[in-house]
Design a binder for this molecule. Structure first.
Ligand code: NDP
Ligand code: 8X3
Length: 255
């Protein structure tokens, strides 16, 4: 049964990786889309592709989730277009660097906390009241294995993803009297631009993260998201951890 057809999903960080793949997967099932990220030209190209391929209804908005005014503007635009989402996929996020805490860079910490935690909160705070009003709905927060287990020099990124996990639990409790479900999807290593961003464009270093084993593809995570969104109304999946077969925790790999 297809329970996402005719519904509307708002995806943050849809210009790349897991967000882009989720847009593809959901459009292929007839779900309308509101796509956001900072890189508008990438959203435009994706929207055009999805319209042509799936006849999808896609709206795009450039948004920086770190800036609450940008998120509030998004809400105004979405309300004007009368496209309140049924599904909110809080995916926008990043890691910056891999340094010991005693050598860490404050601007990288600020960016990770502002994006992965505060951005997720701003978007949720803006849309949730309208989603509750609309009726049944679902929030999916993209966590990480980094939110289950710390690793050397992961410090602040780990803290943000432990935070996403805690916030997912907390939201789920706060929403018990509503028809909104909350799930935290926590991937292991997935080959996207994630490591390229983390290592500030160093392609060789980024490639080494995914060398000599088969990492997850963004589409694998998108399929898991679709599975969760497609569950019957009474079924709740609080966490879904998904990893490459070759990865058993943040450290243990078969390469
Ligand atoms: P990508 O780098 O491919 O995608 C990240 C997305 O986040 C981009 O679309 C980017 O868009 C968006 N983004 C970043 N900062 C902002 C911002 N300030 N405002 C709005 N959008 C922003 O990486 P992934 O697809 O891998 O990452 C998606 C999520 O998955 C992240 O939360 C990440 O932590 C998580 N994750 C990734 C794993 C992996 O191994 N790849 C594993 C576990 C979790 P733009 O730059 O255009 O704004
Ligand atoms: C991304 C996975 O292990 O690089 O969240 O932190 S990891």
């Amino acid at each position: 049964m297809n329970r996402v057809k005719g519904k509307c999903a708002l995806i943050t960080g849809a210009s790349s990786g897991i967000g882009e793949a989720s847009a593809n997967t959901l459009a292929s099932k007839g779900c309308d889309l509101i796509l956001t990220a900072r890189r508008e030209e990438r959203l435009e190209a994706l929207a055009q592709k999805l319209r042509e391929k799936y006849n999808a209804k896609v709206d795009i908005y450039p948004v920086d989730v770190r800036i609450n005014e940008s998120v509030e503007q998004l809400l105004e635009n979405v309300k004007s277009a009368k496209t309140i989402p049924d599904f909110l996929i809080n995916n926008a996020g990043l890691a910056l660097g891999l340094e010991n805490v005693q050598e860490g860079f404050i601007h990288k910490w600020d960016t990770m906390i502002d994006t992965n935690l505060k951005g997720l909160l701003y978007v949720t705070r803006a849309f949730l009241p309208f989603m509750i009003q609309k009726g049944e709905g679902h929030i999916i927060n993209i966590g990480s294995t980094a939110g289950w287990q710390t690793y050397p020099r992961g410090n602040v990124y780990n803290a943000t993803k432990f935070g996403v996990r805690a916030l997912s639990d907390a939201m789920s409790l706060d929403l018990v009297d509503t028809d909104i479900k909350v799930s935290c999807v926590a991937p292991g290593n997935c080959e996207t631009d994630f490591s390229l961003v983390r290592f500030e464009g160093d392609k060789d270093r980024a490639a080494r993260v995914y060398a000599r084993y088969k990492a997850l593809e963004a589409k694998d995570v998108a399929d898991a998201i679709l599975y969760i969104l497609n569950t019957p109304s009474h079924v709740n999946i609080p966490y879904l951890r998904i990893m490459p077969k070759a990865q058993r925790n943040v450290y243990v790999f078969k390469r």
